[in-house]
Structures are given as structure tokens and as C-alpha cells.
Design a protein around this ligand. Structure first.
Ligand code: GLU
Length: 546
């Protein structure tokens, strides 16, 4: 068959040759060892937590080698695509603080970065394979393909379009021409030169050396709508964009040999590969991949809605990605995360387990290191979008709130009480009169009502806004002594029968009356911030309820 003639028959509209694109997208000028990675999501209408994980690893590998990480939108599967999906995705990634060196938004020398805009490129390369005799049109209908599959199942042989089952491989030029004249639609298939009995050795940077069976299928490389499926698009794009390292989900492992065959057919050098296992969850003792259908946290928006700072999520994802990250963080508590040396070989081949408690711990730690002003600003930004009550409180009481956030903060061992902004209001509601309700104050049972009454009726007058903390506590001790409580905890422990309790108990009663909680940040700071009048007023209200 005259392949050149066939190529022109199938793709008359394509007048460019691969050389044109090779010249348009020359080698990148990067220093030796620089990796070019990419994040290549399909716009399915949301940002999957696992995709973010892959994106972060890609970014990290590029930045550590002074390389490039670009964003490519893979929208050739029109069935999976949702309206505005690409914009949604790009915004989601931006919210997460993920900036790419090249992307559909920023552009770049290898544009376009949206696959549906690269149709002409794919068709040029598809035409080239036809020219080389390595691809052919297939006119089989769904019914014919079904029949082939059924006969294979009956004969207990591998299903697929290969060998003697690949009927369209043998069409003559005239038959093809006739089909086209009749307006029959076709897909383009790769003429696979291998059988499944043949093996290929591959190296995966997460899984190590592996021997996998060759693909034997004449894979579709251009669909009837003129767009390529993932296989051809991946090979052509990653070649022309000079990707050196493909780090992607492990669902692509099974088609790796097909991809490598295409690289070989084109005469391209394949990139390095690392296949990442999905983030998993334990369900009844079994691991399963987190899924959009079952797990709200599969969608990154879940974390934004709850108000997890980006930094917390990044730290958490890094913990999932590299098991040595946590130790590094302990040893370098204040270091910038970018200083962490990420090793792709430390990514677990079996996948990491998602654990919200761990994320919360990490996030509490992250937030505890923010300044009060940062907490205010980030929390306000979140509240504006997700919590109108809180945003009103924050904007009407800016200075007061910053002081409130500053309690037990900006010190050597800051308090770790908030893991995400949704927790701010429940944690600090007592600092706002509109959320403080004397009727709801419940004292721990061990305290005598009469003692509570005495303490609350006296303390309002004793409290002095000008006291230093030690003086402030001294007054509580004196009050304790005057009403039969031990001035020092030690004294109480030596002779418990002599006292009603100790100064700590008196503080607890004051704390509960003011906040409704037995555990709060530093009571002295809370008292100062509330001020004498509000303290007295709260005590009066509580006394009415006892
Ligand atoms: N579009 C593919 C996906 O969303 C990308 C895989 C890759 O990174 O090559 O799974």
C-alpha cells in the first residue's frame, strides 16, 4: 500500500509535518539535571484531593531540580468534561496556592496548554504514523466490535483488537477510499508490533524495576471525533513540551507499555515515569481509594469550606507523600517547607492513608505559629465567604479580635487550639457578649453553690485592670484564703481536710463563669480583654441563675 497516499486520503486537511512542530517547540534551555514535570488534570468539575497530591509532588520535583512544572488541561475526553471545568480547576489550584511556570492562564513557549486546542498537532503526528505504515483506519461499528469480543470470550482468548481479530488492518487502499466516499466514520488505530507474550522491562521511580507484558492491542489513537484519547495526546504532548519526568496516578500503569510503544513508533525518547498510588481510607479494616462518591473530603473544596489554611494542607500532603517529612519538620519546626528535600523514592508504592485527625494536629501546629494578625486576616477572608456571623464579628471588632487571637500566641509554646477556621467561633464565642449566655453556664459538680456565689459576688470588685499577671493571681490567692480555700495548691495537698479547695479551684469557678469552659487560654488575658465592667455584668447574670 502507498502509505503516503493513504495518509493524504485520511488527513487531507493536515499540511504540516512533525518537523514544523519540532521547530516550533525546541528543546528547553535548562541546566543539566533540571526536571520538566507537569500536572495534567482532566476538567471533571472539581479538584480531587488526590490530584492535588500528585500536583504537589510534580511541583516539588521540578522546583528542587531548578526545573519547570507546567499545567496542561487534558480535555480530549468530551464525555468526562463538564462546562467551565477548566476554569474551575484553575481557580481551585490557585486557591490552593499552586502556581505553575506555564499554564493556560500564564501561557508559555509550548502553548497551547489545553489539549482540545492542539488538535492539529495530534493529527500531524497521527498522519505521520500512517505515513510510516504504523497506523490504519478502522471502520468497525460497535456491533462488530461486540461480536469480536464475544467470539474471543467464547474461545477464551484475550479480548481486544489485535492479530487476526484486527480486521481493518487488512483493508486495501481501494476499500478504505470507498468507505470514506460513503461517509463512513473511522477511528485511527496503532498497528501494534508486539504480542502479550512478549515482556518489557520498565523502571518506575516509585515502584522500581518491573517487567510488564507488552500491549498487544491495536489501540485507538484518534477517535471518530478527530481527537486523540489519552495515549497519543500524552506521548505527543510530553514529547513536544519536553517533559522529562511523568509523575501520574497508578491507574495509568496498565497502559504504560502501550505508551512506550507509541514513543518507540515515533522515535521519541520516553520520559522517566513514577506512578503514584491514590490516597486511601480505611473502611472496615480494608483500604480503599478515597472517592468523590463516598467521601466528601475527596473534593478539595471540602477543606476550603471548613477553613483549613493552604499551608496546613500542604504540610499534610507532604506528610502523606514522604514518610520522612514529619521527622524533618520536628527537627526544623520553623523552616520553610521548600527547604525539605523531597525524594521520589520515599513515596510509598502502596499508597498513603488519609487521616483527618492527623491533618487536624498538623493544622493546629501550623496555625499556632501564625501571628495574631495573620490569624485575623486569614480567618476573616474565610469568614467573608463561608460564615457571615463570624465575618461581622471580626470586622466590627478588629482590634479586640486581634488581641483575642494573641492570647497564648507569639510565645515559645503557643496554644494549639484551632485546626481550621470553622472552629474559631465555637472556641472563642464567650469573648463576644452576643454569644455568651449566663443561663448556659454549668459549674463542675464538685463545687458548692454557696462558694460559687461568694466568689462571684466578690471577685468583680477585686479584679484590677492594671495588675500584672502575678499581682492578678496574688489577688485570687488572697480571695481563696479569705473564704476557706488554700492559698497554694501545695498547702491543700498537704492538708486537704482543712480546706474547701485551693486557689486553682477558685480560678476555675471564675473561668467557668466567664467562659462556660473549664479549659481556655490564659484566664488573666481573658479577664483583661473582657474588662472589669463586663466581668461584673457576667457575674451578676450568672448569680441570677444559681
Ligand atoms: N489527564 C490524566 C488524568 O487526569 C493525566 C494523567 C497524567 O498525568 O498523565 O488522569
Amino acid at each position: 500500500m502507498d502509505n503516503e497516499k493513504l495518509a493524504n486520503l485520511l488527513f487531507p486537511q493536515i499540511d504540516k509535518t512533525p518537523e514544523y512542530w519540532e521547530n516550533k517547540y525546541p528543546q528547553r534551555k535548562l541546566k543539566y539535571g533540571a526536571e520538566v514535570t507537569r500536572f495534567a488534570p482532566s476538567p471533571t468539575g472539581f479538584v480531587h484531593f488526590g490530584a492535588l497530591y500528585t500536583a504537589l509532588i510534580n511541583k516539588k520535583i521540578a522546583s528542587e531540580s531548578s526545573g519547570i512544572c507546567f499545567l496542561r488541561i487534558e480535555d480530549t475526553d468530551k464525555k468526562r468534561e463538564v462546562e467551565n471545568g477548566a476554569n474551575f480547576l484553575i481557580n481551585g489550584l490557585q486557591n490552593f496556592g499552586l502556581e505553575f511556570d506555564e499554564s493556560p492562564v500564564t501561557g508559555g513557549d509550548y502553548a497551547p496548554y489545553v489539549q482540545s486546542e492542539r488538535k492539529e498537532i495530534y493529527l500531524t503526528y497521527a498522519k505521520e504514523l500512517v505515513r510510516k505504515g504504523l497506523a490504519y483506519p478502522c471502520f468497525c461499528s460497535h456491533e462488530e466490535l461486540d461480536a469480536i469480543r464475544q467470539s474471543q470470550e467464547q474461545n477464551k482468548v484475550n479480548t481486544g483488537y489485535y492479530g487476526k481479530y484486527a480486521k481493518c488492518r487488512n483493508l486495501t487502499y481501494e476499500e478504505i477510499e470507498q468507505n470514506i466516499k460513503e461517509g463512513k466514520s473511522f477511528v485511527l488505530r496503532f498497528k501494534c508490533p508486539y504480542t502479550a507474550e512478549q515482556k518489557i522491562k520498565t523502571y518506575d521511580y516509585v515502584r522500581g524495576e518491573r517487567e510488564i507484558p507488552q500491549n498487544e492491542n491495536d489501540a485507538v489513537i484518534i477517535k471518530s471525533n478527530g481527537l486523540p484519547p489519552y495515549n497519543l495526546a500524552h506521548v505527543v504532548d510530553d514529547h513536544l513540551m519536553h517533559t522529562t519526568f511523568v509523575i501520574r496516578g497508578d491507574e495509568w500503569l496498565s497502559s504504560l507499555s502501550e505508551h512506550l510503544q507509541l514513543f518507540e513508533a515515533f522515535g521519541f525518547k520516553p520520559p522517566k515515569y513514577a506512578h503514584i498510588s491514590p490516597i486511601q481510607k480505611l473502611e472496615n479494616g480494608n483500604r480503599r481509594k478515597i472517592s468523590k462518591r463516598k467521601d466528601p473530603e475527596a473534593d478539595v473544596e471540602y477543606f476550603f469550606k471548613k477553613g483549613y489554611p493552604v499551608q496546613s494542607l500542604t504540610e499534610y500532603l507532604m506528610t502523606l507523600a514522604n514518610s520522612n517529612f514529619e521527622t524533618w519538620r520536628l527537627q526544623n519546626p520553623t523552616a520553610n517547607i521548600n527547604e525539605f528535600k523531597f525524594l521520589i523514592s520515599n513515596v510509598s508504592p502502596s499508597g498513603s492513608l488519609f487521616d483527618i485527625l492527623k491533618l487536624n494536629d498538623i493544622s493546629k501546629n501550623v496555625i499556632s505559629k501564625f501571628t495574631a494578625t495573620d490569624v485575623y486576616n486569614l480567618c476573616y477572608k474565610w469568614a467573608l465567604k463561608y460564615n457571615p456571623d463570624l465575618s461581622a464579628l471580626l470586622s466590627n471588632n478588629k482590634e479586640y479580635c486581634i488581641k483575642m487571637f494573641n492570647i497564648d500566641r507569639e510565645i515559645a509554646k503557643p496554644r494549639k487550639d484551632i485546626s481550621h477556621w470553622e472552629e474559631v467561633l465555637p472556641t472563642y464565642s464567650y469573648m463576644f457578649d452576643e454569644f455568651y449566655d449566663a443561663k448556659k453556664i454549668v459549674f463542675p459538680e464538685q463545687f458548692d453553690k454557696q462558694d460559687i456565689k461568694v466568689i462571684l459576688s466578690k471577685y468583680g470588685d477585686i479584679f484590677n485592670e492594671n495588675d500584672e499577671q502575678s499581682q492578678w493571681f496574688e489577688r485570687i490567692k488572697e480571695l481563696s484564703e479569705s473564704i476557706g480555700f488554700a492559698k497554694e495548691v501545695k498547702m491543700f495537698k498537704q492538708n486537704p481536710e482543712q480546706y474547701k479547695g485551693h486557689c486553682g479551684d477558685v480560678s476555675t469557678i471564675i473561668r467557668v463563669a466567664l467562659t462556660g469552659k473549664t479549659q481556655t487560654p490564659n484566664l488573666y488575658d481573658i479577664c483583661l480583654l473582657l474588662g472589669k465592667n463586663r466581668i461584673k455584668q457576667r457575674f451578676l447574670n450568672v448569680l441570677k441563675e444559681i
